[in-house]
Write a protein that binds this ligand. Structure first.
Ligand code: SAJ
Length: 449
């Protein structure tokens, strides 16, 4: 196809003009990397303050992202990247990447308001022969049923004839945005093999890992499936932990022994599954099959993982009852608010759910997290006068906590270990009652080494 050939030439010579729509934790790093690779990049975002910061070479992304601020500063300074809120500036764009949010609602239905709006605005200015690539994670079938019709309607052009469509889902993780973009393989899903090959050529300018060509639906399924796979595996670990707890074994010991068996990789049980990907992507995958299949495992895994904060409340209740106390008016220290260790990201954090559940029981929560601005007070100060302490995140700062001090400061010597970061024997030596996810032994001492 002549138009694709000319696009390939522009990609090879880095003369292709690129737009990245949505300058969040995916769009901004990819815009910077493409600019650094030699393309002229226009970043588009709705938020004027975010656009202004970027045009001053300042990253609007919170949290530690190694290399991003310097990279952004240099590509803005040399004019390779600039940001705007105006789609009018995209009239000459050859390649447009769409990185807008794709949340789900309380009924697990994808909300494509941002995606539709971006496609609609882009369509109004879409140049003939341009390539549009969806990088956002979407339910399988979304490019076909949402992106294509919206672009065709607003542009009056025909996909596959007047412009080209692809999906190349991102695989980034907060804290490693640039590293993941460069080192993780990606699926270039094209509406035709030629389009997929063109995408492969384009992404080769920033991706040092495998670039696999596929059709669009395969690319959409792959991304949602890889996270659904992780969610199901975490749910297995959580359910195994609950079994160990009730039958009387230590999940960590069982996990070690199971994983000695070839091809077994039991993950870690914990206080719940948070973040921007894992709690959402299984529902996107399920939605892609909705109406056709009555899925059981993927929804069940979500329900197991979402129930873990409730399991923590059960352990706390059991521990307090030992002292004739209940949850009402209990003062509980919650250590960890982020969804992941060594991160300040608290999206869908299990701690939020736990605090809500304890609030329903009229307990009072004192929250501490070394990474979350609002909760950075001293750990031991936070424990003063509390009835129990709950470890919700495996932050390094918690692992060598002074258990003698903890014992002194607590009203009741109760530790609920939601991430298994405290040694039960050690807790016991300090006269603390240890309750851990998957720790089903009557008392720590009964562990047979
Ligand atoms: N979690 C467990 N047990 C485990 C692993 C994780 O309870 O064994 C919990 C974590 O505490 C957290 C949640 O699950 O609350 C998610 O943890 P995660 O390690 O999966 O981290 P995420 O959410 O940042 O996942 C991202 C995903 N990457 C992308 O979507 C591109 C995921 O596919 C990756 O496997 C993960 O990063 C990673 O490890 O890089």
């Amino acid at each position: 196809m002549k138009q694709l050939q000319s696009l390939n030439k522009k990609i090879k010579s880095k003369k292709a003009k690129v737009a990245v729509i949505g300058l969040g934790y995916v769009g901004l790093p990819v815009a910077c990397m493409l600019a650094d690779a030699g393309f002229k990049v226009i970043g588009v975002d709705l938020k004027q303050d975010r656009v202004d910061l970027i045009n001053q070479g300042i990253s609007p992304i919170e949290g530690k992202e190694p290399g991003l601020s310097d990279l952004l500063h240099s590509v803005v300074e040399n004019g390779a990247l600039r940001a705007t809120t105006q789609y009018d500036e995209l009239k000459e764009i050859d390649i447009a990447l769409i990185d807008v949010e794709t949340p789900i609602d309380d009924n697990h239905i994808p909300q494509y308001v941002a995606l539709r709006s971006a496609c609609n605005s882009l369509g109004n200015v879409l140049k003939t022969g341009a390539l549009v690539v969806i990088e956002s994670t979407v339910a399988p079938g979304t490019v076909e049923t949402v992106v294509r019709p919206t672009l065709e309607e607003s542009s009056g052009k025909v996909a596959g004839v007047d412009f080209f469509l692809g999906a190349c889902p991102e695989r980034v993780m907060p804290g490693k945005l640039l590293m993941n973009l460069e080192s993780m393989s990606r699926v270039c899903g094209g509406e035709s093999q030629d389009v997929a090959e063109t995408m492969k050529e384009f992404y080769a300018s920033i991706v040092q890992s495998d670039l696999d060509t596929a059709d669009i639906i395969t690319a959409e399924i792959t991304k949602t499936a890889e996270n659904a796979y992780r969610d199901v595996n975490i749910a297995f670990a959580n359910e195994l932990a609950i079994i160990c707890q009730s039958i009387g074994a230590d999940f960590l010991r069982v996990r070690d022994l199971v994983n000695k068996s070839p091809g077994r990789h039991v993950l870690f049980a914990g206080a719940g599954v948070g973040g921007h990907c894992i709690p959402k992507d299984p529902w996107l995958l399920a939605y892609g099959a909705q109406g056709k299949l009555d899925l059981k495992l993927i929804p069940a895994a979500r329900s197991v993982n979402d129930s873990m904060p409730k399991h923590i409340v059960k352990l706390l209740n059991k521990a307090l009852k030992h002292y004739g106390e209940g949850l009402k008016n209990a003062k509980i220290a919650i250590l960890g608010y982020a969804y992941l260790a060594e991160s300040d990201d608290s999206r869908n954090s299990p701690s939020k759910k736990l605090i809500e559940l304890l609030g329903d029981e009229n307990a009072v929560c004192v929250v501490q997290d070394p990474y979350v601005e609002k909760y950075q007070q001293d750990i031991l100060d936070c424990i003063n006068g509390c009835d129990a302490i709950i470890f919700m995140v495996a932050h390094e700062a918690y692992k060598d906590i002074d258990l003698g001090e903890v014992k002194k400061r607590l009203r009741f010597p109760i530790i609920i270990d939601g991430r298994r970061i405290i040694d039960p024997d050690r807790a016991n030596q300090f006269g603390l009652d240890y309750y851990g996810i998957g720790f089903g032994l009557s008392k720590p001492g009964s562990l047979i080494r």
